[in-house]
Design a binder for this molecule. Structure first.
Ligand code: PMP
Length: 453
């Protein structure tokens, strides 16, 4: 793109006057990103950065895919919009394609965002129990540190205090249990003594809340945005059997883990469980167009098919599953399949694992956690005490990466003093040289930190 047509100072002036930025205090001098190509983005000054977080864990196939742009333009000319009270070709084809990605049969309900997809899951779960003669089952169990979205229900499910302060009361009936955070086991256990008390905490929550009051458990296969918290291998299967025992639905939030990021088509496929409901967004379209989906097991769906109007799922979403977004998603999934980006994701993770080996001993690196191609580097003040690294230390590393042309994420809780996890999750299409660049940059940044002490 010809950047000369834009005057940066004019743009910044308008930005300062008119734009309300997400999540940050007013940012006087935001980066203005003007274009993207593969794993790289270019700012208004022409500086190039490796997009180490795929935007916000979403640009799975990388930037600048002409094939997707052309498919969208073509679909807009054919049919820009139709509701899903009727049907249309891209929605049908995409629902069928998603069933190739999932294991077992699922019905697909479309909406616009990850938050929407989770709200739909909560409503379906509550209605399901209602129709099964158990209207008192309305509560959901989720984990502290988890993020499930910004709307009142999804924020209710979120287990991060700093996002909820000042917005309460949120959706009611969301109870939280400790996460499976092995590095800081909430139950004081080690790998040797682990008896999955984190999974049993879910059973306790169900029993103590009253099984007749609990509709579902919602979880991500791995807590991503809350700090790349990877459970022990047996955790998810155990949660599945606990849910079965108490007639509680298992909702798996694949908004980040889905579409190859985990090294499998969906994150839960690393653990061989069949969720009742799977929610997805972000990588579904690689963020080329907003779209989300709630996949509901066919067993669950069947109970919504009585003839009385009261058994219909009474939910409509104007833009949900619009033809253009569905066509974009189909093209995106075709690219992931054709280029085997699911396999590539696992390769990227392995390259991180071996390339970053030297950081394992760094005095401020507590632990490096990798799931597929997504990585969290938990920073500490010192390895012995595991005191979370100070905001200043973490910010210095993030800024040092940026000054060397690498954009990384920062996760945790700034309000309560543990925003100490650096995250990386580059496009799954990243080339070997992109991955080498990420590794070399991190080694250089941490090397400099060490020199300074
Ligand atoms: N679930 C998870 C796990 C997420 O990470 C996010 C967004 N970061 C959401 C749900 C909400 O998605 P959206 O921002 O599209 O509403």
């Amino acid at each position: 793109e010809d950047l000369d047509q834009w005057n940066k100072e004019d743009l910044l002036e308008k930005d300062r006057k008119y734009v309300w930025h997400h999540m940050t205090a007013h940012n006087e001098n935001p980066m203005i990103i003007a274009s993207g190509d593969g794993s790289w983005v270019t700012d208004i000054d022409g500086n190039r950065y490796l997009d180490g977080m795929s935007g916000l864990w979403c640009v799975n196939v990388g930037h600048g895919r002409r094939e997707i742009a052309e498919a969208a333009a073509d679909q807009m000319m054919k049919l820009a919009y139709a509701t899903l009270v009727q049907s249309h070709i891209p929605a049908i084809e995409l629902a069928a394609k998603l069933n190739e990605w999932l294991i077992g049969d699922y019905r697909i309900f479309y909406s616009n965002s990850g938050s929407d997809a989770n709200e739909v899951a909560f409503k379906i779960a509550r209605q399901y129990h209602h129709q099964n003669g158990k209207p008192s089952k309305y509560k959901f169990i989720s984990r502290h540190r988890a993020y499930h979205g910004n709307s009142m229900g999804a924020l209710g499910a979120t287990g991060q205090a700093q996002r909820k302060l000042k917005y309460e009361p949120l959706g009611v009936g969301f109870q939280h249990v400790p996460p499976p955070y092995c590095y800081r086991c909430p139950f004081g256990q080690t790998k040797e003594t682990c008896s999955l008390q984190c999974a049993k905490a879910i059973e306790n929550a169900i029993v103590w809340e009253g099984p007749d009051s609990v509709a579902g458990v919602i979880l991500e296969p791995v807590i991503t945005g809350g700090g790349m918290i990877i459970p022990p291998d047996d955790y998810l299967p155990m949660v599945r059997s606990i849910c079965d025992k108490y007639d509680v639905l298992l909702i798996v939030d694949e908004v980040i883990c889905g579409f190859g990021r985990s090294g499998k088509p969906f994150g839960h496929q690393n653990y061989e469980v069949r969720p009742d409901i799977v929610t997805m967004a972000k990588g579904l379209t690689s963020a080329y167009s907003p779209l989300s989906a709630t996949a509901v097991s066919s067993e669950l769906y069947d109970s919504f098919q009585e003839k009385e109007a009261t058994s219909h799922f009474r939910h409509i979403n104007t833009f949900g599953g619009n033809p253009v977004s569905c066509k974009v998603a189909l093209t995106n999934l075709e690219i992931i399949e054709r280029e085997d980006l699911v396999g590539r994701s696992a390769e990227i993770g392995n390259a991180f694992r071996s390339g970053l080996e030297p950081l394992q001993e760094h005095p401020h690196v507590g632990e490096i956690r990798i799931f597929g191609s997504a990585m969290g580097i938990e920073l500490v003040e010192d390895r012995e005490s595991k005191i979370p690294a100070s905001v200043e230390r973490v910010t210095k590393i993030v800024m040092a990466c940026k000054s060397k042309g690498l954009l990384v994420g920062k996760n945790g809780d700034t309000v309560h003093g543990f925003a100490n996890i650096i995250t990386l999750s580059p496009p799954l299409s990243s080339t070997d040289s992109d991955v080498d660049f990420i590794i070399a940059t991190l080694l250089a940044v941490f090397g400099q930190e060490e020199e300074k002490g």
